[in-house]
Design a protein around this ligand. Structure first.
Ligand code: 5AD
Ligand code: SF4
Length: 439
């Protein structure tokens, strides 16, 4: 009896930032188009892949641990693949260092992946820079109300701690027409919220004629889209017209994620960030003038080479002064090839951890204080899903992109609901529907 060849399936585990999660969805779409299936678990997969972030060593270690732990459990003949910027970072060397890996395919090279998986040669690697880093195939997930859309790839800023310029290559802005086509297609499939992604979205168009603010306006006009957000921004590229978008475009979440990294000008210089704390404070002041209730979040690195107690105190005082709505704090991790890897990684791990904890504790109080300011206010909340924590409640996002839990007898994900906030903790605004869907 002649049987059909079973469809070969790939399982992808993702570590890292939104960009990596987005890439994984795009890779799945590409694989399906080429006749592969998507496995729900590693055990049933013919290809077990990790899409691994290279920004900090911790993510890379977890990715490798995942692959090595699945080696003995895998289906007979299944092959292990390393995808993403960690693959770009190490290239073929990874095949020698971790012999359990069979296929290495870096970000920007995914168009070649189906062919690589079809190749029976056991070890293959493709991790160079590519002409076309964008995968245009639409993602396959249906029923989602929210989607990421990449607008730029790569970065040439060379912040001294950062591996991205080495792994993701030169800045490349995606064609506006391709971006609109993707957003329109997503809107047609019921997506209501778009998150525009890039290592530094504000450099969108630097390599072409397009402008980021035009992009925002045009996406704002696409029917069906209710909410838009973008990340990440760099303080050296924040023109006034971008800040004005927070006032002029009502669908845009009033939320700016603006990594500060350090409050010490000495360290900002060593980090090659190209702004001073004073310039950063000016941007925050202007943003709050334009949109007084804007949510501002940031990234900080503790224990960068040579960070003294005084440098750290400058960061603490900047954090207290600015009062971010939320803060992502990272312990410095030395990355190969970066300028900082040539500096002495001289802050002991324990001290990095202590500084990290000090900032976390300070931020807890500030976040609570900032969230409490919303008590008594009414906003149009973007409804995400029924709350898993509280019966009769829904989870959503405020106009400033804060997480909200609100009571309503019924409500629909992907709609806007007028909610009055009456209580806050460090993570959530709590409230009740004012009517609308709650009739
Ligand atoms: N070590 C620690 N944190 C880092 N980041 C980037 N590179 C490193 C590194 N080598 C942080 C920065 C950046 C965020 C995405 O990750 O704060 O804004
Ligand atoms: Fe890395 Fe700096 Fe580029 Fe951000 S702007 S990706 S931190 S080099």
């Amino acid at each position: 009896m002649e049987g059909k060849t079973p469809v070969r399936k790939i399982y992808i585990k993702t570590y890292g930032c939104q960009m990596n999660f987005y890439d994984s969805e795009k890779i799945k779409a590409l694989m399906v188009k080429k006749g592969y299936g998507i496995a729900d678990s590693p055990g049933e997969a013919d290809f077990i892949a990790v899409n691994a972030c290279s920004v900090r060593k911790h993510a890379e270690d977890r990715a490798m641990a995942f692959l090595s732990s699945h080696m003995p459990l895998r289906k007979k003949g299944a092959r292990l693949c390393l995808l993403g910027c960690t693959a770009n970072l190490y290239g073929e060397d990874i095949l020698k260092k971790h012999p359990f890996i069979d296929i290495v395919c870096g970000a920007g090279n995914y168009e070649r992946l189906p062919e690589m998986l079809g190749n029976t040669k056991r070890k293959t690697c493709s991790a160079g820079e590519s002409e076309n880093p964008f995968i245009e195939d639409p993602v396959i997930a249906c029923g989602d109300i929210s989607a990421f859309v990449t607008v730029t790839k790569g970065c040439e800023n060379y912040c001294s701690y950062c591996v991205v310029p080495f792994t993701r290559g030169k800045l490349a802005s995606r064609k506006p027409s391709d971006i609109y086509a993707e957003v329109r297609s997503l809107a047609g499939r019921g997506v209501k919220e778009i998150v525009l992604l890039g290592q530094n979205v504000n450099e969108y168009g630097k390599d072409s004629e397009a402008r980021f603010t035009d992009l925002l306006e045009k996406i704002h006009n696409i029917e069906g889209i209710l909410r838009i957000w973008f990340l990440t921004s760099h303080p050296k590229d924040i023109p006034d017209e971008l800040l004005l978008s927070f006032k002029n475009l009502p669908k845009l979440y009033r939320h700016l994620h603006l990594p500060l990294q350090s409050g010490s000008d000495r360290l900002l210089l060593l980090m090659n960030r190209r702004y001073t704390l004073a310039r950063y404070l000016e941007i925050i002041k202007r943003a709050r003038e334009i949109a007084p209730d804007i949510t501002i979040t940031s990234d900080i690195i503790t224990g960068f080479p040579s960070e003294t107690e005084k440098d750290f105190e400058d960061t603490v005082s900047a954090v207290k002064k600015i009062e971010f709505d939320d803060l992502f704090i990272f312990k410095y991790s030395e990355r190969p090839g970066t300028a900082a890897s040539g500096m002495q990684n001289d802050v002991p791990q324990k001290e990095k951890e202590r500084r990290h904890k000090v900032l976390l504790d300070i931020q807890e109080d500030i976040s609570l204080k900032r969230n409490t300011l919303f008590n008594g206010r009414t906003e149009n909340v973007f409804v995400v899903k029924p709350s898993t924590k509280k019966n009769g409640c829904f989870m959503g996002r405020s106009e400033g992109n804060k997480s909200v839990i609100f009571r309503a007898s019924h409500s629909a994900p992907g709609t806007l609901e007028s909610v009055v906030f009456n209580y806050a903790d460090r993570r959530y605004l709590f409230g009740a529907s004012c009517g609308g869907n709650d009739k």
